[in-house]
Every structure is written in C-alpha cells, then in structure tokens.
Write a protein that binds this ligand. Structure first.
Ligand code: PXG
Length: 453
C-alpha cells in the first residue's frame, strides 16, 4: 500500500486530529466525524461510503454549471503550463485577467464597466468598503465614511465582512462590528411583518435607511449595502415595494448603493445579476462564487463609470497577490462561456426556475409549511408551528436541523437557516432531479412533523 492510500483509509481520524473546519464546533463534529465527499458529476455528489446525494445547494451556492466539466479542467491545465501565475501590480496584466474583465462587464447592460479582482467574496467586500471611502474622500467629502448594512445580511468572514454582515453570533466573536458600520432591518415579512401587508412592511423597513441616514447625517454616510435577495440569512425574497424605495433613498441622500451579488450573480436569479431582476443599477457590486462556479477561487468588485473615474484618478492602495490570478481567471472565462453557450441564464428564467417554483408550491398543503419563496434557482421553504397564525417554532434552529438531517439521510443536500429550508441547486439541475428534491423534502417534513408531535 502506498503512503497515500494508507492515509486515505484513515482520513476521518486525520481530519479530526489536524483540521479546523469553517463555522464548526470541532469538538462536537469530531464526535461523529465528518462526511467525506470524494467525487461529483452534474448535480450529484458521492461520499467515501459510496452514498450518493443530489446537491441541491451547489456546493455552497456556487457550482452553477454543475460538477465534472472537463472543459474547465482542460483550460486550467493549459493555463498552468503557459503561465501559472503573474501579478497585476507593477504595470502588468495577463491575457486571462484582461479578457475576464471584458467578459464579466459585458453582462451588466453597459452599466458596470470596470472590475477589480479579488480571491473571494470576503475580499470583494473589503475592496468595495475601502473604495467607497476613497471615492468620497477623493470628491472632497472625507467625512462620508459610515456604512449602513442590514441585520441578518451576509457579506463574508473577514473583519469588514463579518462587521457588515448582520449575524449577531459573528459579531460576538472578535469584538465586531468595527467602527463606522450600522445595521437596519431586513425585509423578512413572514417573521417580522405582523399585521402589515408585505408591501407596507417592506416600505417601512426600507425607510429605516432614511431614518438611519438622518441620525448619522447625510454628510457622514458613504454607502448602503445589501444582497438583492438575502442568501445565507434564509433566501429572504423582498416584497416588490422594497428595492424601488431603497434606490430612491440612496439617490435622494447621495449615498452609494452596493448590491452584494456574491450569491445572486451569474444566473442564479434568472438574470445575469440579481439587481437586473429588480430593475436597478448599483454603484458597485461584489461578485464571487458563480463567477467560476467554485472550480477555483476568484471574486471581484464590479464598478460603475462614475465611481471608477474617481477611484482611477489617483493611486488606489489596495490589492491582493492573487487578484486576477491567471489560472482562476481562465476557469472563470470558461465557466462564463459555458453559461452563455448553454443559455443557462435563460434556462433558469424560462424553464427550470418556474418548474422549481411549481414544485415548491405543491408543498404549501403541508401542515408544517407556512410559505415558499423562490426567484430563479434560489428558494426557501418557511416552516411554521401554526401556518394560519404564522406562529414559529420555539427552537427554529432545531427544527431546521432535524429536517435537514432527514433530507441528507434520504440523499438530498439542502441547507437549513433557522426554520427555513434553502435550495440553490446547479443551474443545470434536471426536471427529474427537481421532482426528487420536492418528493424527498416532503418525506423529510412528514417524518419531522410526526417526530415533533
Ligand atoms: N457576500 C455574500 C452575499 C455571500 O453569500 C460572501 C459575500 C463572502 O464570500 P466568500 O467567498 O469570502 O465566502 C458570501 C459567502 C452559508 C454560507 O452557510 C454562505 C457564504 C459563505 C459561507 C457559508 O450559507 N456566502
């Protein structure tokens, strides 16, 4: 036996002994051990015991073109041989970085014509955060520094990312948020809308932005950031009144609007970007995940002309060793070529997105399902203790975990956020796989409901 195969037979123990996983309680995890994922094809993954799962979560909201695309492997191998690395710092560029910049911006309706590359979504967050402040300083308004974000938003795990995010359990670790960051409410009608209609409620939360700007002083506020549809927070689809009011307020109060497209970008909503679904144009838009379908790590910030013009007038003292990494950029280029050629954005909008919505709607008769929401291939099933009154379970996290575990046992990967079951499958998921997903989720809900009674 080779050293590698000896090691592989003992992989669980090795992992437990040496590896700290993201967002995990390692003591608890190591009691049961990690599931080892070994291979994948299309929308299916296999673990080390040979069990197969439908990955209705596309890895982590990212494998938009599905697994196993040889075209990407080949393009990456060729680039590795040609030029495995070069930087973009001292007056140089590389063919993949330049071509990718052209390709990404070609899908923004001519509105976001520049891009700054990063290695991840979190780095993209840190990048626009600094850009926003540099922008106002360069325009002679250095006091415009405060940034407004939302409770239950997610923008990454770096210090700026975790601060901008509205997750309390993240703020509690590391003395966050850092100074200059403020949070307003989220348009989560089911949980927080009370007796208001969804549109009335969403207008009210949008106007919290105006109130916060008044409190801080317009002359002190640089930007507002939000995901077009909150992802990690629970696929919270805002009521129709929300985005037009946010856009109006940002314009009226002269603050930059940042749309975090890390999840919504690259076809997930049935448009190239989530802001296009809602019909607005942000000043900046961080991207990652679906940019390379997760095949290699790469992200960036899309920048509108008026911001780029100001930033580009002077040095911008910011950048990463792996900004625009040529091999990652080639993977992204090939990924975008596949999305274009296979018309995956159109497929999500016209075919598989509506098909998923129809399937989800069949779950509404379930005693435990209070609501379903989806845009394209971003979906949530809201569970409730009493669907008539919108009463929630006492321990929403436990309910989500219970249903999630039953799905996993039955060969379906979904994510639970509190009492919402989330799906974000590859854009190539088939009708039959969507049927399996709905059927399996219903079975998991049935079993969980029985168990809780
Ligand atoms: N913005 C948004 C909207 C995200 O969803 C990031 C920024 C940060 O990207 P990176 O590449 O630095 O992770 C994200 C990432 C979850 C989960 O459990 C979601 C993310 C990351 C990890 C877990 O839903 N989103």
């Amino acid at each position: 036996m080779s050293e590698t195969s000896v090691a592989l037979s003992n992989l669980g123990a090795i992992d437990a002994a040496h590896h700290i996983h993201p967002f995990s309680n390692m003591t608890k995890l190591n009691e049961g051990g990690s599931r080892i994922i070994e291979r994948a094809e299309g929308s299916t993954i296999w673990d080390s015991k040979g069990k197969k799962y439908l990955d209705a979560f596309a890895g982590l909201w990212c494998v938009n073109i599905g697994y196993g695309r040889k075209e990407i492997a080949e393009a990456v191998a060729a680039q590795m041989n040609e030029l495995p690395y070069y930087n973009l710092f001292f007056g140089t560029t590389t063919p993949p970085a330049a071509l990718l910049a052209q390709k990404i911006t070609s899908h923004t309706d001519g509105k976001l014509n520049k891009v700054f590359f990063t290695g991840s979504g979190s780095e993209a967050t840190d990048t626009w955060f600094r850009m926003a402040r540099v922008y106002w300083a360069a325009k002679g308004m250095p006091s415009k520094k405060q940034i407004i974000a939302r409770k239950n938003g997610y923008h990454g795990s770096t210090v700026a990312g975790a601060s901008l995010g509205g997750m309390k359990y993240m703020h509690e670790q590391g003395a966050l948020p850092i100074e200059g960051i403020h949070h307003i409410g989220q348009p989560h009608w089911y949980a927080e809308g009370g007796d208001m209609t969804p549109d009335e409620f969403a207008l009210n939360v949008a106007r919290e932005l105006e109130a916060k700007i008044d409190e801080l002083g317009e002359e002190n506020v640089a930007a507002f950031v939000a995901e077009p549809i909150q992802g990690a927070g629970g696929v919270i689809v805002p009521p129709d009144s929300y985005w037009p009011e946010i856009v109006r307020i940002c314009k009226a109060r002269n603050i930059l609007l940042v749309a975090d497209e890390v999840i919504c970008g690259f076809g997930r909503t049935g448009n190239w970007f989530g802001h296009q679904h809602y019909g607005f144009v942000p000043d900046m838009a961080p991207v990652a995940k679906g940019l390379s379908s997760g095949y290699l790590p790469i992200g960036g910030v899309l920048v509108s002309d008026h911001v780029a013009e100001v930033i580009m007038a002077d040095d911008f003292n910011h950048g990463y060793t792996y900004s625009g990494h040529p091999v990652c950029a080639v993977a992204a280029l090939e990924n975008l070529r596949i999305i274009e050629e296979e018309k995956l954005v159109e497929r999500v909008r016209d075919d598989i997105g509506p098909y998923l919505a129809k399937g989800l709607a069949t779950l509404l008769d379930h005693d435990m399902v209070g609501d379903v929401q989806s845009v394209g291939l971003m979906a949530a099933v809201q569970m409730a203790k009493n669907k008539k009154t919108r009463e929630r379970f006492e321990k929403p996290d436990d309910v989500g975990t219970l249903v999630r575990n039953k799905c996993v046992d039955a060969g379906l990967i979904m994510r639970a956020t509190g009492d919402r079951m989330l799906a974000s499958p590859p854009l190539i998921i088939t009708h039959e796989e969507v049927d399996f997903m709905i059927r399996t989720l219903r079975g998991a809900l049935d079993a969980a409901w029985m168990e809780m009674k």
